[in-house]
Design a protein. Sequence first.
Length: 433
Amino acid sequence: MLAITPGKLTIGMVAGLVVLVFLLAISAFVSGSEVAYFSLSPAQHKQLLDNKSRLGRMAVHLLNLPDRLLATILITNNFVNVGIVVLSSYITSSLFVFSTPEWVALLIQVVAITGLILFCSEIFPKIYSSRHALSVARITAPGLVFFGKLFWPISSFLIYSTSIVNKRLIKHASNLSINDLSDALELTEPSLHEEKKILKGIVKFGNIDVCDVMKSRMDVIATEITSNYSDLLKLINTSGFSRIPVYENTLDEVKGILYIKDLLPHLDKPADFNWQALIRLPYFVPESKKINDLLKEFQNNRIHMAIVVDEYGGSSGIVTMEDILEEIVGEITDESDHEHLPYEKLDDNTYLFEAKILLNDFYKVLGLDDRIFDGIRGDADSLAGIILELRGEIPRAKDALVYKNLMFTIESVDKRRIKSIKVEVRTPRKNTR
């Protein structure tokens, strides 16, 4: 039977109780400050920056060193909580005599001390701080600065050792992140089809080169700089594009980009109108540039089109803002676009592709893993390029090639290039490893 007999209350016990209350207050102070500082909204952060008071400046200083702030909070809280546990155990053993087995008495002490710490030093302070983050951040700033100086050597060691571990973890994570995240997305709710496509695009966004999304020079609509104005207007009406590259002699010598909106005030001008004065400087990018970097450059320079050049300085094609965004959100069309798909679905497992389709788009249509051609791809960016890598020469019409679970049949060719390819998926589509 459980029996608890009160012990004698001495001056030492009273002093211990006072110290215990003080330690609980410090623990509540530190726990509350952790929630306050790390739950500040951008608007509240700005209020602290605009606050010129001493407390505001101290709080901003702590926020500018988040690693040291967190280390200080964790070290202080752990020291204080250990002190609370030791002191509570001593006071409980001195004030009460348990006439039960030792393990029962120990269990009672553990439950009582854990409950005391949770309610007094964790739950209540954190709830209050989450609702009054800004005021708590200001009030606790001097105390955190004090504890930061007190535990400076320990926190410095903790930050240094953590940074070493983080570097190793980040190094390993960077090798796995893209493929692992892509595989993880396959396990998500099937009904979230569109959301899954966008997330996959975001995951792979930083790993895609410009040459994977550009329009090749064979398909670029451009005008020669010597064209007269009437011929230019006919080209604009036929193409429907809002920007057209302007070249001299060949597309390897691009002189600028003509924005159609710049021509609007001059639509009634004669055929000899000097439209060349309206062209803007071209923006050149290499084939190997990542599209996430190019998107930032487009934003910073306020442009929507770039000329892609190869390693010899010749023009490979063009890339636009739309080409980049389509890698995330999918095909973008407007009222002026003509519905044209670079493929035709013949049955559930057979498709007829234009040979110039980019590999990125080919993967999306068939639901293939984008690593399927890694062993043979070389410099190929299109489906025709893959066929040439497999065959080693320009194939003849009706030639057939097999690679893994894909069967390619050449439907049409001309003297210099492949035009269309029939692709049969011989097994149910899935990610190819």
